[in-house]
Design a protein around this ligand. Structure first.
Ligand code: PLP
Length: 285
């Protein structure tokens, strides 16, 4: 696989980043995951805008190459022959040659930019979407700026492992009695024709897929309510689902051992998945 590191396209075995890089030492970095369908990028503009915001919220300079990110994404897709899959992009504050809690002088220390592809043939036709996933609930003990897409992913990884141990696929995180989001996705429930998902704030990541799905839902005359909900309310809902760049719209059929609705993927989630895939493929770049 060919990867991109600070201006160079290299075989993955030759790509290097300093051990002093603050991404490695301090989790001082942000990332984006953009999916590729039909060899094209889904929601690229949204991911780029969110990246710009994440950098700015952390007072991090744009890395060299920022203005060419579309070309870099496209070149990696081409070099690696990706038809369906993902592109991972990470920007860290870089390496100052020492370890210090204070941010290094941006005039001296340049951010590190890394991109690589993940080939996932059959991503759109993922058979899991026909079956749905099972989630457990866990306490949300992450930090208070979840709207910034940082590489501090240890707790979400632990949550994923807790879910696996329980024979489930993912965990929904709960704070003050209400669901914030999944370990790597936004969470939704459906009651009748109404889609309910937590309102945007610093408590959750502002999903790019979330924004698109809510837009398509409103265009399709579905009702959307942006508010917090509890696990009990979710267990009692007609349907539940998650969204993310890599899963699109994925039905949730069980929460903490209780079946949601009939315990099979619901109509609203299936329809939204279809609309999302159709529309975002049409708009892909
Ligand atoms: N919430 C969290 C915590 C995430 O990590 C992600 C994606 O990685 C999402 C939500 C979904 O965001 P997006 O739709 O932009 O992929």
């Amino acid at each position: 696989r060919t990867v991109y590191v600070n201006g160079e396209y290299l075989p993955e075995t030759e790509a290097k980043v300093s051990i002093f890089d603050r991404g490695f030492l301090m989790a001082d970095g942000v990332y984006e995951v953009t999916s590729v369908l039909g060899g094209k990028l889904i929601d690229f503009e949204g991911h780029l805008k969110r990246l710009e915001r994440s950098l700015s919220e952390l007072d991090m300079d744009k890395p060299e190459g920022f203005d060419n990110l579309l070309e870099i994404h496209r070149e990696l897709v081409r070099l690696n022959g990706i038809e369906e899959g993902m592109i991972y992009l990470q920007v860290t504050r870089g390496a100052s040659g020492d370890r210090d809690f204070a941010f290094p002088d941006p005039a001296v220390t340049k951010p590190t930019l890394v991109l690589f592809t993940q080939n996932k043939p059959g991503l759109a036709a993922n058979p899991v979407a026909q079956k749905g996933i099972k989630v457990i609930s866990i306490e949300d003990i992450r930090w208070g700026r979840r709207d910034i897409k940082t590489v501090q992913l240890l707790y979400p990884s632990m949550g994923k492992m807790m879910a696996k141990k329980a024979g489930c696929d993912d965990a929904w995180m709960v704070e003050d009695g209400a669901v914030t989001e999944g370990t790597s996705n936004n969470a939704y429930i459906v009651k009748g024709n109404r889609i309910i998902t937590r309102q945007l704030s610093n408590d959750i990541l502002h999903g790019i897929t979330r924004a698109a799905v809510l837009r398509f839902a409103r265009e399709a005359q579905m009702e959307v309510e942006e508010r917090a909900f509890t696990i009990a309310e979710a267990q009692d809902a007609d349907e539940a689902f998650i969204t993310s760049a890599s899963t699109f719209v994925m039905p949730v059929v069980e929460i903490d051992g209780a079946k949601v609705g009939t315990g099979t993927p619901g109509k609203v989630a299936a329809r939204l998945r279809e609309i999302y895939l159709d529309e975002s493929l049409k708009a892909a770049v």
